[in-house]
Write a protein of this length. Structure first.
Length: 472
């Protein structure tokens, strides 16, 4: 970056307190605070009125000069400047600077801006991903999980799912080092309990999408957290989130899907009906970038990871009729899940989207019970846990109604109605409440997609009927 000394149009007070440097060929942004890093490892603060910039080798003078220029710092700028003044200039600091768009890079140094991953637009609803979601959600409580014959692995089965999910910790590369194959089932159930839940379901959705559309591309754990709705507020929270996500990713990396889908699919090249079977991992995960300072116990967490497609995703990439998706993933993931009502909303949204897709091409609607909505992808706390706890009378009803309201506010549903408390008996009402049906209207975009699927199905049935008549 070429520079030359000058006075330019800066105010007299600014010239008296700063050594102004004209940045040749720079665009002319408004007054603002910027941070920059030099190749030698030093840091400086930079703010630019018009074409003028000032470098600050002495950190404490920057805030004073900004005040003399009557520049009001935003809360984000003030927080970053405070951290800079305190010398807390680490990797997380520069990540926050970039996220706030306050990192100054000269035009000659600028590289093509890398687009941050946006995550799936719709919820993946194909059977293999759905059963991984069921299994991950059940992991926290251990429901539907049993020890595999011979030990060393756990198996997840739901009667109507049709496919089996198997979990055996991976011991290769940078994944699980302990426990090893043949571990006690109690150890494996402890892993499931610690790392299962809705966040793992959403992480599986993101992982499958990246394996299909961004295979082998680096993605940071911070971006993964953002894509599943995490929002750490401090360095400590961010570090804890990275550790948590890596443990959940290792759980997903040990999961394989076994079995064949119901029905057959037409091969577009041969036009023959073929079954779709799986006996492998849906996607594979590896650490792509590790901290320079390792650990003695191999407990380091990678900064970035990569996703690779398993055989099924690799074979049917680009086949939306096989790798189906539906609804609005990003709207659903944006619902905060820290409170019970938010967790229930995320759980119910996944259940609704999955069922809407299953019925879409048939043009049928179905009233779903509260029990169904809360048990397909069990939240934390589950409905059973809330109903069994103290003061459950008001809490369960309140969480459910608030969850419906959150889904409507997020745009996941267009409207809803549920039976009121007057329809319940005075005692023993919990089972009746769970069995009551709730009317939920999908948003316009979902209804439009369903109409298109129904028309496609009817057209295919008509073609099949005409083909049968010609062969008679």
């Amino acid at each position: 970056m070429s520079t030359r000394k000058g006075t330019g149009s800066a105010s007299g007070s600014a010239r008296a307190t700063a050594d102004w440097t004209l940045v040749s060929g720079d665009p002319a942004p408004n007054y603002g605070l910027f941070f920059t890093r030099y190749g030698g490892g030093t840091t400086a603060i930079r703010f630019r009125p018009e074409l003028y910039a000032v470098d600050w080798p002495v950190k404490h003078t920057a805030r004073e000069t900004l005040q003399k220029l009557h520049y009001t710092l935003t809360p984000t700028e003030d927080g970053l400047l405070t951290r800079f003044e305190a010398g807390a200039v680490d990797t997380d600091f520069w990540a926050d600077v970039e996220a706030a768009d306050l990192l100054y890079v000269s035009p000659s140094e600028k590289k093509p801006k890398k687009t941050r991953p946006q995550g799936p637009a719709a919820v993946g609803t194909y059977p293999e991903l759905a059963v991984i979601g069921f299994a991950a959600a059940d992991g926290r409580t251990g429901d539907h999980w049993t020890e595999a014959p011979g030990g060393g692995a756990l198996v997840h089965n739901r009667k109507k799912a049709g496919l089996q999910v198997r979990f055996a910790p991976s011991v290769g590369g940078d994944r699980w080092a302990d426990p090893v194959p043949g571990a006690l089932s109690g150890d494996l159930f402890a892993i499931l309990s610690a790392n299962g839940g809705l966040d793992t379901v959403f992480l599986a959705q993101v992982g499958a999408d990246l394996a299909i559309d961004h295979e082998h591309e680096d993605v940071s754990l911070d971006d993964l957290g953002r894509l599943i709705g995490r929002d750490p507020r401090s360095t400590k929270e961010r570090e804890a989130m990275r550790r948590d996500l890596w443990e959940r990713l290792k759980l997903l990396d040990g999961i394989t899907v076994w079995g064949a889908r119901k029905g057959t699919y037409r091969d577009p090249s041969t036009r023959k009906q073929v079954p779709i079977e799986s006996r492998d991992a849906l996607f594979l995960i590896s650490g792509a970038m590790w901290p320079e300072q390792g650990t003695l116990d191999d407990s380091a967490v990678p900064l970035k990871v990569k996703f690779g497609a398993g055989p099924l995703l690799a074979t049917y990439r680009g086949r939306p009729d096989v790798l189906t998706s539906y609804g609005e993933y990003r709207r659903l993931a944006a619902i905060p899940g820290e409170k019970p009502s938010g967790a229930w909303a995320r759980s119910m949204g996944l259940a609704l989207t999955q069922r809407w897709r299953e019925l879409a091409s048939y043009g049928r609607a179905q009233k779903l019970t509260r029990a169904y909505l809360l048990t397909q992808f069990p939240p934390a706390p589950t409905a059973a846990e809330v109903l069994a706890g103290p003061y459950h009378t008001g809490r369960a009803r309140r969480y459910f109604t608030q969850a419906l309201a959150l889904l409507k506010t997020a745009g996941v549903v267009a409207a809803y109605s549920e039976p009121g408390p007057k329809t319940l008996p005075r005692t023993g009402w919990a089972d009746v409440w769970l069995a009551q049906t709730v009317e939920v209207t999908p948003p316009a975009a979902v209804l439009e997609a369903a109409e298109g699927m129904q028309a496609t199905r009817e057209e295919a049935e008509e073609k099949a009927t005409r083909r049968q008549k010609r062969t008679k």
